[in-house]
Each structure stands twice: as C-alpha cells, then as structure tokens.
Write a protein that binds this ligand. Structure first.
Ligand code: ADP
Ligand code: MG
Length: 855
C-alpha cells in the first residue's frame, strides 16, 4: 500500500534532478541507476500507466543533451502529477464494507476504489480521457510516437480507436515449459532465473526463465535496457516461436511483458495479440500499449452514435464494446462480433448518406414532364427494329419518373449491345417534346461524336411540337426573331452541320455536338445556341457539366458508360440550377450489393435481354505456346476484309512486371508477324486527342490490326472488327474482359474472342473458363466478385465512393440490415435533426468527407 510514497519519492527525485540543472549528478550513480532501483522497489506502482509514460520519457537520459533532458524531466514530472489531480466522481458509490476489502487488496482494487474520506488519500484511478481529444494532449504521449501516428493520419484519440488491427497473433493459451512444442508459436509464464549481457555484435541479452517443469532461454538483440528492466525473480510472459539451441529450448526476440494476474491485463503476450499497421518510428509495443491505455480510459466515454433501439433491432454490439473487443479480443468469436458491429456502421453510414442524398436530390421540385405519346410513336416508326421487352420496361419506368415533379435519379444497367442508346434517345425526346433541353455525356470525344451522329440521324427526323414552356412568354420564339437573329440562327445551323432537311426547319430535334476540338469562335456560337435554347440536344464529353455551359432549360442529363460518374459530378449537375432529371447508363454489370452501396441514391432499371438475332461471340482461351494459331486465324479474317484488336495489359515494357506491353507487341506484330499488314497502336499514355485520332483511323480502316491497352474498354463501335485477342488475360477482371469482348460482334460478321493468359493458375483458368461458357455480364460480374473480391472488382476505386475498412461488400445480409435501419432512422428523422441523431449525423459527414477527399 505504498502507492503514494513510491510515486512521491520518484517525483521528488525528478524535481531534485531538474533543480540541479539536469546534469545527471543529483542521484548516486545517475538517474538510470536510481530508476532501476526504484522500479525494483516500486512493485505495482511501476506498472501504473502514467508511471510507465513518465519513465519512457527518461529512457537513455544519460545520453541526451542537457536541453532534451530538461524537457523530458519536465514532461515526466507533469505526467506523474496527473496521478494526483482530482478525479471526477465515480459512477457509483462503493459501500464502505467493500472499500475495506479493497484497501487490504492493493492492485486491482485501487483502480476502482474511491472516496478519499474513507481511504484518506488521493485515489489512484485513471483520469478519463475524452475519445474526442487530440492525441497531442494525451498525457505521456511521446513526440516520436505522436509523429508516427500523424504519419498514419491519426490525430485524435478516436482516430486511434478506429485504427483497427489488421491481424492477430494467437498467443492465447499458455503452456508449461516442458510441454512446449518446438517449431510452433507458444506462450509461457515463468520466473526470471538469470539475466546475462553478452557484449558482442549484435549485443545480446539472454534471459533464463523457469517454471516448475523446466527452463527456457529468451534472447533479445540490441536491447541493453532489458538488463535494468528485468531482474531475477520477476514473473514475465513470453510469446514467440520455440526453437532448440545447444539442447536448451529458446525463443528468439519473443514478445514479452510482466505477468499480471488480473484478467485482460496482458497486452503483448498470452492472448490474441493485435497487430496494428505501423509506420517508421512506431514500435508495435508502444503502439499497442498506447492503444490499450486509450481503449481502457476513453472507451467508457465513447458515445454510441447508434440509438439503443436501432442497435437492438440490428442485433449488434454497443460501440464501445466493439471497439475494445476489436483491439483486445479474448476469443475469435469476439473479433467476429466486433467486426460485425463496425462493418454494420460502415454500411449504415453509406446507406444513410446515399438515402439522404436521394431525399435531398428529390426534395426540391423538378419539372414534371407528362408523356407525349405521339412523339414516342413517331420515334418507334423511324426505328428499324422493335424495342425489346426490357427496353420497353425501362422506358416505362423512366417515363413514369419524369412525369412526376421530382427530379429522376435512375441508373440504366445493360450489358454491351443491349441497346441503351435508343432508351436514352426516347427519354431525351420526351423531354424535348415538353419544351426542355437534353444533354448526353460520353466519356470520350470519339464516343460523343458517335452518339452525335447516331442521335442526329434518328431524332432530327422526329417532329417535336414546339410548345412554349409555361414560364416563357409569348408565342413561338421564331416569330420574334429580328433579321439579325435569324441570320445568326442560320449561321449556327450551318455550324452544326444541319441542312434544312435534317432539322426540318426547326420542326425536328436540333442536335449539337460540343467537343474540345471546336474552334473558339464556333464554340462560342454553340454555347450561345445552348444558352438561348436554340439547340434541343447537346452531345459532348463531361465538359458539358464541368465547364461553364449555360443551359436555357436543361430537363434531362444522360450520362453514358459511366460507372465512374460520382457523387460530385451529380452535385455539379444539380448546381446548374434546373434540378434536371438524371439518367446514368452503364454497361458494367454490377452485382446487387455493389449497386446498393455505390448507387444507393439511384433507382435501377435493367436491360436484361439482348436484341434478337444477336450472334454469340466465339470465345476460347489458349496457352501462350499456341499463339501462332491465333495469328493464323487473324490473318484469315483480315484476308476476308475484317479487322482485329490485340489487347495488352501494359503500355510499355517494364523491368518489374513481366507482362506483354502494347508497345512491344505493336513492334513485334508489325515487324515480325504481320509485316505486310498495317498495325496501329493506342494506349492510355497518349493524349485524348491522339487516342481519338487513332480510333477514327481504325474505324476508317487505315489499320488492319489495332494494338491497345485497356483504353479500348468503352463503347466504341467498329462493326468491321471481328476478332479480339487479349494478352495477359488473367490480369483483367472478368467484367473488363467481357467489356473487351463486346468490342467485336457489333456488325453482321461472326466474331471471335481469344484469351491468352500470361501465367496460368487454377483460379485464373477457372475465370477464363467462365468467360468461355457464359455471355451473361451479370453472372460474370458475380463470379468475379466471388473469385477476386470487391477491391479489384472495378480495377480502380470509384470516384467519391467510401473506402470500407471492415465491411465486406459480399456481406449482403449485413448490408440489408443496415439498409433497413437507415430507412427506419430517416423515416423518423429525415434530416437527422433530432438530438439523439446528432452524433450519427456528424459521423456520416466525416465519413463522406473522407470518401470525397480520396475519391
Ligand atoms: P449499348 O447498350 O451497348 O450501348 P447500343 O445502344 O449501342 O448498345 O446498341 C447496340 C446495337 O443494337 C445498335 O446497333 C442498336 O441499333 C441495336 N439495337 C438496339 N435495340 C435494338 C432492338 N430492340 N432490336 C434490334 N437491334 C437493336
Ligand atoms: Mg453504348
């Protein structure tokens, strides 16, 4: 029961040393010698967290320059003072009888005993630390560790609490020394029988540890201080791999700590030991000790953002328990339960975020655009085919959305070739028939141009009623044109390449293309036409929303081939001030779970039916050694007048990765394999303009073979290409391979897809088999998700999609639970304005801010 006395004595010694100018002479043998003696005598006091922190400050004191010593001493004294600072009242009073027991039982009880009037001395309890405090304000935090935490972007106690272990060492069961199995990882508890310093390089400290069944040696390198730390008679725990050396069992550099009998007192040994991600300068022991300390003192003050009722409904652990358990679990099951709660939170934040955004997007009024059947009927007449059932269903959903005065937010998912363009065209036409403008955005200029041509051909022949919109005064704007304006209009039409026939003198849909290749003057004209409402449909790249394009009355924005059209872009679109309807189209088949997380704010229409008579693309994978056969096939096809793609995973040759590069392949095909044919090259390191030029040249048959990297992925239409050969096929995701395959079979010719893996293995081959067996993009996406996991699903991360630390995207059950809870919360409190949701609201904001900053 000497707590105070020991610590006061230590404090006095430090003050004396400070007053003597930190010369390390105030104590016989120097401070280090004093501390060693003090530790030996202090017993339980020596393990008090504040004491440990103070002592950590004083490590290598003799070697420090005076200035540093002064600082360290000062911090150490301050740290010790914390122990005596008045504590807030404990949660419940302890009955005197219990206190009496506690006073006679020092160690464990002193943490929970209280009332100085009974014990008549300041209590030795952990001062509470707010989970929301800055790490730099944590007493005893060392500068070096602080910097290391900072490098990990951990600034607050809460950040550290959320710095989860990425794995655990299982040291949970300890054995007697005689029962240790050589070669396996084991834990023993024993008494130090000998400590020995071996002054060689590297310097060694050898500890002999014994229990009633035998001895084991522990060897540590370059840790001279262990000689002070450990004395004969100390009880310690070792965890590590057992070997035998000269007939004696040995552990080399094991984890170790002082044995403490209280449950959950061990941090580094004898349990499931957490392993946290570290940076240079941060020692796992220090990190673990700090995390343990902060978990102990701050988690009780951690507020659970999830209201109790919802938590019960979701059947997940309280937050504090989950956090404590994920860091310092007692069993594997505890880890699981903790991870379930923490993963649930991630899903919940995502779901609340996207649902709220949807409410917000649709909370403001948009324009209701009642269906105009006559115009739709006319479009159908002009189509050379009948719509598929899936197209009709999708259009019904879209028309219903747009007829409501709420901005539509819909995703149209459909495999390559499922006919999304005509769905877009029909939707845009309705908007135009209602007197609004439409915009169609493509990811590249060449795709924009492709769409422009196709849509113009189709839509300019459709007569749209030119009703003035209610808020536009007067009759048809054309009657109000001055002669100057009329001349200007003629000029714009000429610029847009419209002849009198094809816009039917303004009665048909007026389509304009806005790309980066327009000259400054033309560009200004087109922009003016858009601003004045003289253009009905604008086709272009993302510049249509990112740049300062002013719309006269934007009613619908269609975004094509963009699974990367993120939250930010959507917001920007909205900021154009018209609350337009939004239709996002993607050919990347996305499994249901991913849709819910990534596009949770979008309603989904699916084109799950290909137009009739679509040929299947013959797909086959072959070994590298059979490459010549593939080349013979290509030559035969080219002789028939066809063209071919060759896809490579890399742009240029790399020393690090042994994979076919597009540049090498181009070189080899042109000079060795097909010297008589024309081989082109396109890759991602080229400028967009250059890429487009090559693609246009290929479409115009200036090349027979086009060697390309993944840039070819998006919906480029080259009907004459009949073969696609994919090198290093195992490097691509199944969905991506499926996209590549969709580059051929777009015309009337039988088409082929040949896959050549660079390295073969079982999973890889299974994936390639799947591709040869099915042409269902959704099925392939699911297989991919199962075989490769979500991280690689997209290849690159989604813009504005949050990073999941814990949750598994494949965990549909948990996602659904989170989704239900999110809905229940928003039903009750759509803006999360209730006080019980304040913390939740804050958490979501932080979560999404992080997502945006990395996206
Ligand atoms: P994607 O969904 O990949 O964008 P597209 O819209 O480019 O597909 O359509 C692919 C091809 O199928 C185009 O040539 C288009 O004219 C044609 N197509 C679309 N719908 C039908 C249909 N219902 N019947 C027959 N052909 C169709
Ligand atoms: Mg398309």
């Amino acid at each position: 029961m000497q707590h105070r006395e020991h610590i006061i004595a230590l404090g006095k010694a430090l003050v004396a040393e400070e007053q003597a100018g930190c010369a390390d002479r105030s104590l016989p043998g120097g401070l280090a010698a004093y501390l060693k003696q003090w530790l030996a005598a202090a017993g339980e006091d020596g393990t008090h967290p504040y004491v440990s922190m103070a002592l950590a400050q004083l490590k290598d004191y003799a070697q420090l320059p005076i200035e540093k010593r002064k600082k360290r001493i000062e911090v150490a004294i301050e740290t010790l003072r914390n122990i005596f600072k008045p504590q807030p009242a404990p949660p419940q009073a302890v009955e005197p009888s219990k206190v009496a027991v506690a006073t006679s039982e020092p160690a464990a009880a002193s943490r929970t005993t209280i009332s100085s009037s009974v014990v008549a001395r300041p209590p030795l309890v952990e001062p509470p630390i707010s989970p929301y405090a800055e790490l730099k304000d944590v007493p005893g935090m060392q500068r070096k560790d602080l910097l290391a935490f900072k490098r990990l972007k951990l600034h607050t106690v809460e950040d550290l609490l959320y710095h989860f272990p990425h794995r655990y060492e299982d040291y949970s069961s300890h054995k007697h020394i005689a029962d240790l199995i050589v070669g396996s990882n084991e834990t023993v508890i024993g008494t130090v029988e000998e400590t020995r310093l071996v002054e060689k390089t590297p310097l060694r400290v050898e500890i002999t540890l014994g229990d009633e069944t035998g001895i084991i040696k522990a060897v540590f390198f370059n840790q001279r201080w262990l000689m002070w730390d450990l004395s004969v008679g100390d009880q310690i725990v070792l965890s590590g791999k057992v070997s035998v050396y000269g007939g004696v069992r040995q552990m080399t550099s094991p984890a170790w700590e002082r044995y403490r009998p209280e449950p959950d007192a061990l941090i580094h040994t004898g349990r499931l030991v957490p392993v946290h991600r570290l940076t240079k300068g941060l020692i796992d022991r220090n990190a673990r000790k700090m995390i343990k300390y902060l978990v102990d003192v701050s988690v009780p003050h951690l507020e659970d953002h999830l209201p109790e009722a919802q938590r019960k409904a979701a059947k997940v652990l309280p937050l504090g328990q989950a956090i404590s358990q994920v860091h310092f679990p007692n069993t594997i099951q505890e880890i699981e339960a903790a991870r379930t709660r923490l993963g649930f939170d991630e899903f919940l934040f995502i779901q609340l975020g996207v649902m709220q955004r949807k409410l917000l997007w649709q909370g403001e009024l948009g324009y209701a655009m009642p269906h105009v059947p006559a115009v739709h009927a006319e479009l159908l007449e002009h189509l050379p085919f009948a719509l598929t059932g899936a197209q009709t269903r999708a259009l019904e959903e879209i028309f219903a959305d747009m007829a409501r005065p709420v901005p539509m937010a819909r995703l149209l998912q459909g495999d390559v070739g499922s006919g999304k363009t005509v769905v877009a065209a029909a939707s845009l036409l309705q908007v135009i028939a209602n007197g609004f403008q439409g915009a169609l955005m493509a990811p590249t200029e060449i795709l924009a141009e492709q769409h422009y041509k196709g849509l113009k051909r189709l839509l300019s022949r459709v007569r749209v009623p030119r009703q003035p919109r209610p808020e536009v005064e007067g009759a048809d704007w054309r009657t109000r044109l001055s002669s100057e304006e009329a001349a200007q209009l003629a000029e714009i039409k000429a610029l847009l390449g419209m002849s009198v026939e094809d816009d039917m003198d303004g009665a048909g849909v007026r389509v304009a293309l806005l790309t980066g290749s327009l000259g400054a003057k033309e560009r200004r004209r087109v922009l003016e036409g858009i601003a004045k409402g003289e253009v009905d449909l604008i086709v272009g790249t993302h510049a249509l929303i990112t740049e300062h394009v002013q719309y006269h009355s934007l009613g619908l924005a269609v975004v094509d081939e963009q699974h990367r059209f993120g939250v930010e872009q959507r917001q920007r679109l909205r900021d154009k001030g018209f609350n337009p309807h939004l239709l996002v189209m993607t050919a990347t088949p996305i499994p249901r779970t991913l849709t819910m997380t990534i596009y949770g704010d979008l309603d989904v229409s699916i084109l799950d039916e290909l137009p009739p008579g679509r040929q299947t693309i013959r797909t086959r994978w072959i070994s590298k050694t059979d490459r010549d056969k593939a080349y013979r096939h290509m030559r035969k096809e080219i002789e028939k007048g066809r063209q071919a793609f060759v896809i490579c995973p890399l742009v240029e040759e790399s020393d690090k990765i042994d994979l076919p590069s597009a540049e090498e392949m181009h070189e080899r095909l042109q000079s060795e394999v097909f010297p008589d044919l024309r081989v082109g090259l396109v890759h991602g390191k080229m400028l967009p303009r250059e890429k487009d030029e090559v693609m246009v040249a290929f479409r115009e048959r200036a090349f027979d073979i086009l060697v390309a990297t993944a840039v070819i992925e998006v919906g480029i239409d080259i009907p004459n290409a009949s073969t696609i050969l994919i090198e290093g096929a195992e490097r691509f995701g199944l969905s991506q391979l499926h996209q590549f395959r969709g580059r051929v079979g777009r015309g009337e010719h039988q088409s082929y897809c040949i896959l050549i893996p660079h390295k073969e293995n079982e999973t890889g081959n299974k994936r390639l088999d799947a591709l040869t067996e099915t042409s269902d993009g959704f099925r392939l996406a699911e297989i991919d998700l199962e075989l490769r996991g979500p991280g690689e699903f997209f290849g690159t991360r989604q813009s504005g999609t949050p990073d999941l630390k814990i949750a598994q995207l494949t965990d549909v059950g948990l996602l659904k639970t989170a989704s239900n809870v999110a809905r229940a919360i928003l039903d009750e409190d759509p803006e999360l304005a209730l006080p019980q949701h304040a913390r939740l609201k804050q958490k979501i904001e932080i979560f999404w801010a992080e997502a945006r900053s990395v996206g």
